[in-house]
Write a protein that binds this ligand. Sequence first.
Ligand SMILES: [Zn+2]
Length: 313
Amino acid sequence: MKIVDFHCDVLCKLLLDERLTFQNGKAGALDVTYERLKASETILQTFAIYIPQSMNGRLEPILESLDRFHQYVLSCDEMVWVKSAKDLEACVRDDKIGALLSLEGVDGLQGQTPLLRTMHQLGIRAAGLTWNHPNWAADGAMEPRGGGLTEKGRLFVKECNKLGILVDVSHLSEQAFWDVADLTAKPVIASHSNARAICDHPRNLNDEQIRRIIGMQGMIGITYVPWFVSKEEVVTVQDLLLHIEHICALGGEDHIMLGSDFDGIDRYIKDLTHPAEVANLREALLKHYTASQTEQFLSGNALRFLSMQLPNE
Ligand SMILES: [Zn+2]
């Protein structure tokens, strides 16, 4: 069974430490590696450009991250760059590993819409307006004042819609989420967020938000960040299943995908510590769902969504 994963932070690690390599690297240095993507039968991995707070707010680190993507990721034999529905189709047909680029926080674009168009030209196909903190576009999920979108943030969402960049609501404040939901002409994604009813964390989605994403035909990437899954000391794959069950109960069976957050976390769900261990999640799912449902969660839903939402060419 193929896997699609909509969020990992491996580019951030490659940005911070040039000695790391994506292929044939030092054991344990990265969660997501070329070898593990192959072993896990990943058909598509989204690579987020996340800039650490100390370097954030400038364009250069974003461009450097793009360089790492080309140097380390796309240089691997079976990796192919997915920028369009046509690329995705070819990737599935030829049984390659697709790589999609997303931007996690637009701080470095400094409110300039032309730079967003440049990002699209450089292959960015999904973008979250903020990380956890506020910026020129919106307030993030951890900002106590809980503001929504700024005027520039609104322009940004409209431009994303026009360009064919998916808007990612995962890190937004709740108010900013609703501002985006009211404004967007295209379905949004929450690339790596779980259900707040199961684990009460500001990074998770409440039932109203989940229903709204489902209603607009958007997607929710179930994430393996242990503290978004459960408050328990040891978090298991079974705990993760509760989030899937909850979203299904709200009518979201066709709107569930995966958004691991590998390489963005330093604690893990037990037996779910890198892409090859997604096999353990698959086994657990198969005990509760049919093979076809399991396949939809692991890849089918995401592939169907992307084939409709990515630019054609
Ligand atoms: Zn994140």
